[in-house]
Design a protein around this ligand. Structure first.
Ligand SMILES: [Fe+2]
Length: 333
């Protein structure tokens, strides 16, 4: 699989109709493709949607996403992370019960030597994780993603507010959007909300039915390890701690609510990051990614070299239901 991904990245397709068709074949075969001479947001959106489909519903506006990001033009979104933050390998929208089949990363402007995007094979990551106790537990329980979303007037350090995440100032509307996204909400007296999503840790590759890992530590407190203004906060060990608003605002647990041990967390991160392939950016380049088969991330942008990226989402799909837990069986009986 990594060899297929390596080969997919070796060819840069022109931004022409035959080039887009070749890029679509590359995404199907290798999990990614590169297209050059994409100069406008409208071109980036059209090319991405032609290859990996068009999002529908709330995710068409990136409503409910984790990072605070704003729509620029023509369905392109900011990356929504500070330059100095390392972004762990992840699959886009892995923390919701609806995700995307693919995405585009478009570079309107980059100086030579700017930090590359790193791609990784989720098939390889799956092969490393599945035989471990952690992998078996992920398969058995799924994952629970929790987020603390303070209100916009909170004096505490803020990652994203519920107003920014759900695109509304109305709490009633926000609760409706959260429910539509499968998020359980626990509103707090301070005006913030704790959201909880239980998800499967694996998804079937629609192309060949292979079971692929669809989770990573990117949606845990580890996301903030190098995040200015948030890195100094501690990781929450429970939903109750997270709801105090004084911990790092994301945490993930095994599906039944137990935190991953430090060994399990580093094993999961290593599975994704042991082997990555860099994509060096230049202006006008569009990277198309199969979100099932290929993870993405990046190191810290430690230099001042300009690097602007925008995200374009592809077709949405309904995630596999999370595994039923023994406690839920008892509740039903
Ligand atoms: Fe991403």
């Amino acid at each position: 699989m990594t060899q297929a991904l390596r080969e997919a990245l070796r060819v840069v397709h022109p931004h022409t109709l035959p080039g887009i068709r070749a890029a679509a074949a590359s995404v199907r075969r290798g999990g990614a493709a590169l297209v050059e001479n994409v100069w406008t947001a409208a071109e980036a959106s059209a090319a991405t949607h032609a290859v990996v489909g068009r999002p529908r519903g709330l995710l068409a506006g990136y409503i409910g996403g984790a990072n605070p990001r704003s729509m620029r033009t023509d369905n392109t979104f900011d990356v929504g992370a500070p330059r100095s933050a390392t972004l762990l390998q992840h699959q886009e929208l892995q923390y919701l019960n609806t995700s995307v089949r693919g995405l585009g990363l478009w570079c309107p402007r980059a100086e030579p030597g700017a930090v590359p995007t790193l791609l990784s094979s989720t098939r390889n990551a799956s092969l490393r994780v599945e035989p471990t106790d952690m992998g078996r537990r992920l398969a058995r329980e799924g994952v629970m993603y929790t987020r603390w979303l303070p209100t916009a007037t909170s004096p505490a350090p803020i990652y994203s507010t519920w107003q920014a995440t759900f695109g509304t100032d109305c709490r009633h509307t926000a609760a409706g959007i959260a429910s539509a996204l499968g998020l359980r909400c626990a509103w707090q007296s301070c005006g913030g909300v704790l959201t909880v999503a239980r998800c499967s840790a694996f998804e079937r590759d629609p192309a060949d039915g292979a079971q692929l890992l669809f989770t990573s530590m990117a949606d845990s407190a580890s996301w903030f390890d190098s995040w200015p203004g948030l890195a100094h906060l501690h990781a929450a060990h429970s939903q109750e701690e997270l709801a105090t608003g004084t911990f790092r605002p994301l945490q993930m647990f095994y599906g039944a609510g137990t935190p991953l041990s430090p060994d399990d967390a580093s094993c999961l991160t290593d599975a994704h990051q042991r082997e990555t392939l860099p994509v060096d950016w230049r202006s006008g380049l569009l990277l198309l990614i199969d979100n099932h088969r290929t993870g993405h991330g990046r190191g810290s942008c430690s230099s001042d070299l300009a690097r602007e990226l925008r995200v374009v989402l592809g077709a949405t799909f309904k995630r596999s239901p999370p595994p039923i837990l023994p406690s839920e069986v008892h509740e039903k009986n």
